[in-house]
Write a protein that binds this ligand. Structure first.
Ligand SMILES: [Zn+2]
Length: 529
């Protein structure tokens, strides 16, 4: 099997996606992370399109990347202009990167209606541009835009454009399905045919408009391409680009190709999450390989099967891509799930013990009441400890009060909460302000606790979700509140249910704080031996 070159275009094509944007520092951090991961090419952006991209090309040089080559992106020269006078081509040289990637037209429809030039001039534009960049010592990757559509419309012309790039010295020709409409068998057939006619190494660059981008990339490689372009997490315009987070493990684990630096595949999930973080986008839970749910088992029989032999319900070992097997807690699950969850949490219980039965009974009771623990593992853990009588409360609530006041219609609401707690034998009475009742209660709770538990200061609420249950009985509708908290390292979810939204929120808040204190205590215990 062969070595496949990985070409990342997250910073250029990926950043065209809705809601995707990198800060200047973020672009550098991203490139450094991909370099350490072992991606071969990192496209930094459009040469000359905006000052931020040009600044990236300047700054990345100081970072001395160890493995990856940086590519600047641009187009072939414009029609009827000498190549050395073309602004875009000059900007590609100014970017001063080892690699230049240029796109050109191979579809007669585009030549006629978009470029508004002749087929002959288009071929000359491709040849001139590739040759000029080669003469200036660049590694040149040629991206024939809309290649597959162009080939379907007029195969001989589409091939003639590639021939021009090949003869001018292109190092690689990355066939593009720019509109993302092709199906895998078409990609295979056309790539194979191109390989018979053109001897330059081929690459594949596809978009996901038909939900085929990963399959199309793999088919391109099966048909002979040795270079694949894509983005981390499939970021990109419309429905996105080909997702390298799926392409890479499929290439290595399923097709036996080599790519990345040796032994780096287990960093895949981390790289995916880091990229979400840099772009401030919420991770897609169901993402294959790297998503939080990718190896999460819920149905009782699956869980039992996975416990007996993971291969029974998993296509790969999650550790290979740096992910984890998770067991979801729900009423579907039965004793196997509860047992596995307890084991995962480090509790020593017997599978058929009365403890597992009482945990299951309590779980059923709570779920009937409207609790849901799938996104609230911290609450589930506290519940187990309560059932096992191993729960140690870190404080006791004596009471709270929340006031929401609007003094004038032009002024925003003011919210103030007071809480009364007993902590380690002392009574604390504190006030907190916030944007709303939950925020104010959270502030008051922390004010009361930080003197006793300074580690609470690092916890922030990262998400707050409210769901109204059984709305058909409007008088007794219950509210379920899910809170997600983070201390910068760990993230955990807690749940509260009540007919009163404030009470439900309080319950979830208290679990969140207790879970953090429990984690700290556990860590201290482990550190002491
Ligand atoms: Zn593209």
């Amino acid at each position: 099997m062969s070595r496949i070159a990985l070409y990342d275009t997250t910073l250029r094509d990926g950043a065209q996606g809705e809601g995707v944007s990198f800060s200047s520092v973020g672009k550098i951090l991203f490139a450094k992370r991909l370099d350490a991961f072992g991606v071969d090419y990192i496209e930094g952006g459009f040469a000359a399109s905006n000052p931020k991209d040009m600044a990236f090309f300047r700054d990345i040089k100081k970072e001395n990347l160890k493995h990856a080559k940086v590519a600047a992106f641009g187009s072939t020269r414009r029609a009827d202009i000498p190549v050395g006078e073309d602004r875009g081509i000059c900007a590609l040289l100014e970017a001063d990167t080892a690699v230049c990637t240029i796109f050109g037209k191979s579809w007669t429809l585009h030549v006629r209606d978009v470029l508004r030039t002749t087929n002959e001039e288009n071929v000359a534009m491709i040849a001139d541009s590739v040759r000029y960049l080669k003469e200036h010592g660049k590694e040149v990757i040629y991206d024939p835009e809309h290649f597959f559509d162009g080939y379907k419309a007029d195969p001989e012309y589409a091939l003639a454009t590639l021939q021009a790039a090949a003869e001018a010295g292109a190092d690689c020709i990355a066939l593009c399905d720019t509109n993302g409409g092709c199906l895998p068998h078409e990609i295979y057939d056309i790539t194979r045919e191109v390989g018979r006619r053109i001897s330059t190494p081929l690459g594949i660059h596809v978009h996901n408009d038909s939900d085929m981008a990963v399959a199309n990339s793999l088919e391109g490689i099966r048909a002979g391409a040795v270079h694949v372009q894509g983005t981390i997490n499939g970021f990109g315009e419309r429905t996105g680009n080909a997702d390298l987070c799926s392409i890479i493990p499929n290439l290595i684990l399923k097709m036996g190709h080599e790519c990345l630096l040796e032994g780096r595949l287990s960093q895949l999930r981390e790289v995916a999450m880091y990229t979400y973080e840099l772009t401030n986008i919420r991770p897609r839970k169901s993402a294959p390989f790297v998503g939080e749910s990718a190896f999460a088992h819920k149905a009782g029989m699956h869980v039992d099967g996975v416990r007996k032999n993971p291969d029974s319900f998993e296509h790969i070992n999650p550790e290979k891509v740096g992910n984890n097997r998770r067991v979801l807690v729900s009423e579907l699950s039965g004793a196997s799930n509860v047992f596995l969850k307890a084991v995962e949490m480090g509790l020593s219980v017997d599978r058929s013990s009365p403890e597992v039965k009482s945990i299951l009974a309590e779980l059923e009771r709570l779920e009937k009441d409207g609790y849901e623990f799938e996104a609230a593992e911290a609450s589930f853990r506290i519940m187990i400890q309560k059932v096992l009588k191993a729960h140690k409360p870190f404080f006791d609530l004596e009471g709270f009060r929340v006031i929401v006041e609007k003094r004038h219609k032009e002024e925003p609401c003011i919210t103030e909460a007071t809480v009364k707690l007993s902590v380690k034998g002392e009574t604390e009475f504190t006030v907190g302000e916030g944007d709303g009742p939950v925020d104010a209660l959270n502030a008051a709770l922390r004010n009361a606790l930080t003197r006793f538990y300074p580690e609470i200061a690092s916890v922030v609420l990262t998400d707050y979700r409210v769901r109204i249950l059984d709305p058909e009985e409007a008088t007794a509708a219950k509210t379920r509140v899910l809170i997600e908290s983070s201390d910068g390292k760990d993230t955990w979810g807690t749940v509260g249910v009540s007919e009163n939204i404030i009470e439900a929120s309080w319950e979830a808040l208290v679990d969140s704080v207790e879970y953090k204190l429990f984690l700290e205590e556990k860590k201290a215990r482990e550190d002491n031996g």
